[in-house]
Design a protein around this ligand. Structure first.
Ligand code: DX5
Ligand code: ZN
Length: 219
């Protein structure tokens, strides 16, 4: 779809108050919760697995966006969907079988997304564009919250928006990393419609920050 959606990334939330922060963000109008699964191999850090997805599922009705930063994503797809993920985003760099994985996610009943790192070109995912539900363009290098937005990624968002229009594809275009009330406008202008924000939202007045992001894109 082309709907403008804000997806707070719980990577920057206070884990000891996760339920409360998720409820505050839900009331503030979060459209998705973005959950970063890291395995310490594809990226250096370890974060959460399907159990956290399931726990979040029980406290919010907001759709859950699972961002798999793992090697062998095929090992996680089923448990992530079963835990309650509505959208599963898989890095093209993490598998030689991206087409099959997209099909599997869709057969399991979830939306399938493909992720490209800052160093990966749009051409690497051209073959799956007709079937995917979402393209996640990393606007920082994956693995850490709080990094600086890489403006060179805007060109890829424009390319994807152009290909989408020209071929009548149905995917949404999501951005992740370094999103604040300025960079969100650049991404929107380039053609993105789902905006992940971690450190901009959490560790601050969550409700106010979500409102700021919404106001920045609605004009
Ligand atoms: C980075 C993660 C992001 C992270 C974004 O690897 O994929 O989802 O939470 O954090 P900010 O918004 O702080 O750049
Ligand atoms: Zn992410």
């Amino acid at each position: 779809t082309n709907k403008l959606l804000i997806a707070p990334s719980i990577l920057s939330a206070d884990f000891l108050n996760l339920q409360h922060e998720v409820q505050v963000a839900t009331e503030a109008g979060a459209d998705y919760f973005h959950i970063d699964l890291m395995d310490g191999v594809f990226v250096p850090h370890l974060t959460f697995g399907p159990d956290i997805i399931q726990a979040l599922r029980s406290v919010t009705a907001v759709p859950l966006d699972a961002h798999l930063m793992v090697d062998h994503p095929e090992n996680y797809v089923q448990s992530v969907v079963q835990a309650g993920a509505n959208l599963v985003n898989i890095h093209v760099e993490s598998t030689p079988h991206i087409y099959r994985l997209v099909q599997q996610v869709q057969e399991l009943g979830a939306q399938a997304g493909v992720v490209i790192n800052p160093g990966t070109s749009v051409s690497a995912i051209e073959a799956v564009l007709p079937i995917v539900d979402n393209i996640l363009v990393m606007t920082v290098n994956p693995g850490f919250g709080g990094q600086k937005f890489i403006a060179a990624t805007l060109f890829k968002i424009q390319q994807l928006a152009r290909l989408k229009q020209k071929n009548n594809y149905h995917y949404s275009i999501e951005v992740d990393g370094g999103i604040n009330e300025q960079t969100i406008q650049q991404c929107q202008a380039a053609g993105a419609n789902i905006f992940v924000a971690g450190s901009y939202v959490f560790g601050h007045d969550i409700s106010q920050r979500i409102t700021n992001l919404k106001q920045a894109i609605i004009h």
